[in-house]
Structures are given as structure tokens and as C-alpha cells.
Design a protein around this ligand. Structure first.
Ligand SMILES: Cc1cc2nc3c(=O)[nH]c(=O)nc-3n(C[C@H](O)[C@H](O)[C@H](O)COP(=O)(O)O)c2cc1C
Length: 349
């Protein structure tokens, strides 16, 4: 199987919900939520890709970097490269049910594990989605999973964190930006924002269970610092793939200021529009410790199961290694912002 075949396999299975476009960029599916699109005009989704496209590499070719070291350790995860599969849930209403939630999480978990990386698992209003992901934690993966819990009412959050602990997880996260999710409103189970006091209580409950805790969906230095002050171990710069609010900035545009404000206090993850290993390197050079990818892995899992996920991860790895060699970057620790330049032309691709 190759990447084209797995996308061709996926297309008929998801055809009422995703066109499996040559470039997954938000143009073909604007406003399609439920579905795979971005909210409203999909400006936030498109800006994620544009922010990355506006960056170019400064190459460096006189050096002895021949086999770059991509290994990284972040928030307790020892990964063969700084990439994780982002949590994607609601296969029935977002992708037309090409496979069950459990089969999907298994494909992602096994494929990620084969590639030496980890994955986030999703949460949803529907019963069983969170638990389907946790089933992957019990397996001898070696790389672990990071379950994401939505900002539900406190009893439900603590119950889900306890389930994650029981399943053997070492770290969990909360996608705080799900407050904006239309799908939760449609299902009459919306989420509400959390005060600093509430966040402190959740983080302290997670720490009491021995779980590290990250907060996803933070897009400003102020929010990221609040999360760190509340005890979070990680911040995930994300606009939920543009699904929670129209006209948010691209994540690559805000990442440098967030990473600078945090100054290494907590782990920094980032996602949104990352479509190649080169994009992974750009995010790392902008200040991320690890990068997440959503939609492309969802299509890989539908079109090729665990093999498809591992194949896509291998392609990200090969592109990342090439970009590291071409910029003279010996290891993830050596990545520097000077490998990037902002493009001068006004073109968008
Ligand atoms: C169909 C779909 C379902 C998603 N479900 C979740 C979820 O349950 N929890 C979560 O934190 N993020 C969820 N996300 C957001 C992704 O984790 C990730 O932030 C986003 O897809 C990254 O952008 P990308 O798809 O451009 O890579 C979902 C995204 C999509 C497209």
C-alpha cells in the first residue's frame, strides 16, 4: 500500500463527509460540522495552513549532519520523533461511520505504536467514545496514549480521569476549546469555560492520581501562562483544526509568542494544518516540543487501518529527516528558529 492507495481506499468510505482532497486545507469543506470542515467560512482552518506556508527554510549544506536524531522525550512520552496523532472522535457523525470508534482507535493506536509515536484519544458526548480510546492504553504499546477529556461538569471529568488512571495512562489532557464545538451543542451537551480555580482543582485531582495534565486549545500567551500557573504540565497550542470558532489566527502564527512566554516552564505541543515532516520541523523551530496531526491520520486509518497510520507516520519521518539534514539540524535539541525565514512574496501557496 502507498499513500495514494490509502487515500483512494478512504474516499468512497467517507464520501458523504470528506472529499479526501489532494491538500487537506479547509477549502472544500468550509462549515461542514458535523463533518471534517472548519467552523463558518473555515478561516481558522485555512489560516493554519497559510501560517505554515508563509514560512520557508534557510538551508545549510556544509556540515556533517548525515543521520539526524529525531528522538524526543516530552511530558513523560519517549517518542522516536516529535509527532503524535491528534485525538479525532465522532466517526459516525463526522465521517459517516466508515468504521466503529473502537476499530478506529485500535488502528490509530497500533499504527502509531508501530511508528514509535503516541496518540491522543478523543472524548465525545456519546457514550463509549472515551472508553474506546482507553482500550488502547492497556496494550503493551511502549509509547502510551494521551486521553483527552472535554471540559464537562466536575463529576464527569473526575470520573473520566479515574478511568484513564485505571487503564494505565500516565498523562491526560483537556481540550478546553470544546466550549465552542457545534457538535456538542447539537447533542444538547455543551461544555462551559472553566475558571482558574476550577482548572487548579482538576489539575490537582489529576496529579493526585499520578497523571500529568495538559490543556489543549490555548492560543494566547496569557491563557498559556494561566494554565502553567494552575499547575498544568503541558500546553497544546491549537484552534481545534479551526472547528471551534471562525477567524482565529493560524497556530504557527501564535506559537512563538506562547512558547516565549512559557519559557520552558511546561511542555509545548502544537497542531493545525501540519501536512508534512517539513511542517513538523517548522513548528519545532517556532517553539513546540511536539507536534500533533489530526485529519490526515484519520483518513489514513480509514483507508489503511494500522498499516495506513504507520505508513503516513513513516512519510512524516522521512520528510522531517530530510528537512533536518537540509537545514543542518543534528537533533531535535538543536532545532533553532534561524532555520526559518518569513516569505517575502504575498502569494498564499
Ligand atoms: C472530526 C474531528 C474530530 C475531532 N475530535 C477531537 C476530540 O475529540 N478531542 C480533541 O481534543 N480534538 C479533536 N479534534 C481536533 C484535533 O485533535 C486536532 O486539534 C485538529 O484536527 C488538528 O488540525 P488538523 O486536522 O489540521 O491536523 C477533532 C478534529 C476533527 C477533524
Amino acid at each position: 500500500m502507498n499513500l495514494k492507495e490509502l487515500r483512494d481506499n478512504a474516499r468512497p468510505l467517507v464520501k458523504s463527509h470528506c472529499r479526501v482532497c489532494p491538500s487537506c486545507n479547509g477549502w472544500g469543506c468550509a462549515g461542514e460540522i458535523p463533518g471534517m470542515g472548519g467552523a463558518g467560512t473555515a478561516a481558522s482552518f485555512k489560516r493554519n495552513l497559510r501560517a505554515l506556508a508563509n514560512l520557508e527554510f534557510n538551508t545549510s549544506l556544509i556540515h556533517d549532519v548525515k543521520a539526524p536524531d529525531t528522538a524526543v522525550s516530552v511530558m513523560g512520552f519517549a517518542l522516536s520523533m516529535p509527532l503524535m496523532v491528534a485525538p479525532v472522535g465522532g466517526l459516525s457523525f463526522n465521517l459517516g461511520g466508515p468504521m466503529g470508534e473502537g476499530d478506529y482507535q485500535r488502528a490509530v493506536g497500533e499504527g502509531a505504536s508501530a511508528a514509535g509515536i503516541s496518540c491522543g484519544t478523543p472524548d465525545a458526548a456519546a457514550e463509549g467514545v472515551f472508553e474506546a480510546g482507553l482500550a488502547e492504553a492497556g496494550k503493551p504499546l511502549g509509547f502510551g496514549i494521551m486521553p483527552f477529556v472535554k471540559p464537562w461538569e466536575p463529576e464527569l471529568v473526575t470520573r473520566k480521569l479515574a478511568l484513564a488512571k485505571e487503564a494505565g495512562c500516565r498523562a491526560v489532557a483537556m481540550d478546553l476549546d470544546s466550549v465552542g464545538l457545534a457538535t456538542l451543542r447539537l447533542m444538547m451537551h455543551p461544555c462551559l469555560p472553566k475558571s482558574e480555580e476550577e482548572i487548579r482543582e482538576i489539575v490537582s485531582f489529576a496529579h493526585g492520581l499520578g497523571l500529568k495534565f495538559a490543556i489543549k486549545g490555548l492560543m494566547t500567551p496569557e491563557d498559556a501562562l494561566r494554565a502553567a500557573d494552575c499547575g498544568a504540565d503541558g500546553v497544546i497550542v491549537s484552534n481545534h483544526g479551526g472547528r471551534v470558532l471562525d477567524f482565529m489566527p493560524g497556530t504557527a502564527d501564535v506559537l512563538p509568542e506562547v512558547a516565549k512566554a512559557l519559557g520552558g516552564r511546561v511542555a509545548v505541543f502544537c497542531d493545525g494544518g501540519v501536512r508534512s515532516g517539513g511542517d513538523v520541523l517548522k513548528m519545532l523551530a517556532l517553539g513546540a516540543d511536539c507536534v500533533m496531526v489530526g485529519r490526515p491520520f484519520a483518513i489514513a486509518a480509514v483507508g489503511g487501518g494500522a498499516e495506513g497510520v504507520a505508513l503516513l507516520a513513516a512519510s512524516y519521518r522521512q520528510e522531517l529527516e530530510t528537512a533536518m539534514v537540509m537545514t543542518g539540524t543534528a537533533s531535535v535539541r538543536d532545532i533553532h528558529s534561524s532555520i526559518l525565514r518569513r516569505r517575502s512574496s504575498g502569494m498564499t501557496s
